[in-house]
Design a protein around this ligand. Structure first.
Ligand SMILES: [Zn+2]
Length: 416
């Protein structure tokens, strides 16, 4: 007798209980979670999740950057596993769901398969990636980045926190310095469920976000140099006011974001004014520029426009303006097979849905370099994350997990 896949449902209560239990580790008084990568609390979280995986009959593999893969065998173990996961480290003012949901949803899929004694042809794996948040150690998405070769293991090992502790020493200290070479681990397909971290689903009153792509981003540091002078005696036409020129550029950053809807984004989030004194004409202004789009060509155009604007502003004003690109991630379209698997699972389950492009980075953008990958979004309250008040509804988390189950089964293939 074959199992009718579409009748199988995950256990939403069990998923919720596990999320709440994991959230106890590093719980903050405001209802959030502070569990920074490779701390004692991270170790406790890792131990809890791998303990659950062992209880579910899974084997555990750890690689040298501390990524953890928990495996449920298939009937044909020569096939690459169908993998789902995310991260369990949090921001200092993190919430209960960012990352943790993706890991525990994948675990809930396995628990459901066990309940129903469903066998799959391909193995199924639950993964969590080291230091996704990048809060204690830079770069962000460290574990998945090393895994896909975006940067070297040595580079990641050497990263230090503010106290000078290195990733390698901390991995060793908490017992998660594994032996497998990162990337030496086949993946047949990768799915990641995640809270949206934005307001689009909630605003449209939809339950499931099908994620066709993650936006690319281009980060710059810009410095405008003028000349400090007294705010009173210096007439307007004889000033070199760095802030006055900087604000023109800042406004143009926003204009550029507005010029390329619906996915253009332009943000200045960080500004330092020197000397920052009420009656001194600002002599120097440093600020960040964050440009995003889902299309590489459009993102390039946005880049060119801000650079041209800065050139022109420098020559018009006579002030020195330096600009340096400090980070670039190309837009990441997800694999059509995985996007379709999510879309058709959502349709079979009858959930309301829309496409949502991710504006935030996720481990899935790195796995996408190695294997077909896709993401499933569920709404979070007011679109808020990286905040202790981050919240999500149990029924939405359950729905996302049901979609994950079907999408994974479509790829892993049920054995009748
Ligand atoms: Zn996350």
């Amino acid at each position: 007798m074959s199992t009718d896949i579409t009748s199988v449902r995950i256990n939403g209560d069990r998923l919720w209980k596990s999320l709440m239990e994991l959230a106890q580790i590093g719980a903050t008084p405001k209802g959030g979670v502070k569990r920074l990568a490779l701390t004692d609390l991270d170790k406790q979280g890792r131990d809890l999740v791998t303990g659950w995986a062992k209880q579910a009959g899974m084997s555990v593999t750890i690689d040298k950057i501390g990524n953890v893969f928990m495996r449920r065998d298939g009937t044909n173990n020569s096939l690459p596993p169908i993998v789902s996961g995310s991260h369990i480290d949090t921001q200092p003012t993190g919430g209960k769901f960012d990352g943790n949901y993706g890991v525990l949803a994948a675990l809930e899929v396995v628990r459901t398969l066990n309940d129903r004694k469903i066998k799959t042809e391909a193995p199924i794996e639950v993964a969590f990636w080291t230091n996704e948040e990048g809060s204690r150690f830079v770069p962000v998405m460290m574990g998945s980045g090393v895994f896909c070769g975006a940067f070297t293991l040595e580079h990641a090992f050497a990263a230090e926190d503010v106290d000078g502790k290195t990733v390698k020493d901390e991995l060793e200290r908490i017992g998660y310095l594994g032996t497998q070479t990162p990337g030496d681990h086949p993946i047949g397909a990768y799915f990641e469920t995640h809270i949206e971290q934005g307001p689009v689903l909630e605003d449209a009153d939809k339950v499931i976000g099908v994620v066709p792509a993650v936006m690319g981003l281009s980060w710059y540091d810009c410095v405008v140099t003028g000349m400090e002078a007294h705010a009173g005696p210096t007439p307007m036409h004889l000033r070199k006011d760095a802030l006055q020129i900087a604000t023109k550029i800042m406004q143009e950053v926003v204009n550029i974001g507005n010029r390329y809807p619906p996915y253009g984004r332009g943000t200045v989030g960080m500004v330092q004014v020197f000397p920052n004194s009420r009656n001194v004409i600002p002599g120097e202004v440093k600020f960040s520029i964050d440009l995003r789009n889902v299309n590489d060509e459009l993102l390039n155009t946005m880049d060119q426009e801000i650079l041209a604007f800065i050139d022109k502003t420098a020559s018009d004003s006579g002030l020195k303006i330096s600009i340096e690109r400090v980070s670039y991630y190309p837009p990441c379209p997800f694999h059509p097979d995985c996007v379709d698997a999510v879309r058709s699972a959502t349709a079979k389950l009858g959930y309301s849905t829309m496409d949502v492009v991710s504006g935030a980075g996720h481990d899935a953008i790195y796995t996408a370099r190695l294997a077909p990958s896709g993401m499933i979004f569920v709404p979070c309250k007011d679109g808020i994350s990286h905040n202790e008040i981050e919240d999500a509804k149990s029924e939405h988390l359950e729905a996302g997990c049901n979609v994950l189950l079907l999408a994974m089964l479509e790829r892993a293939k049920i054995v009748a």
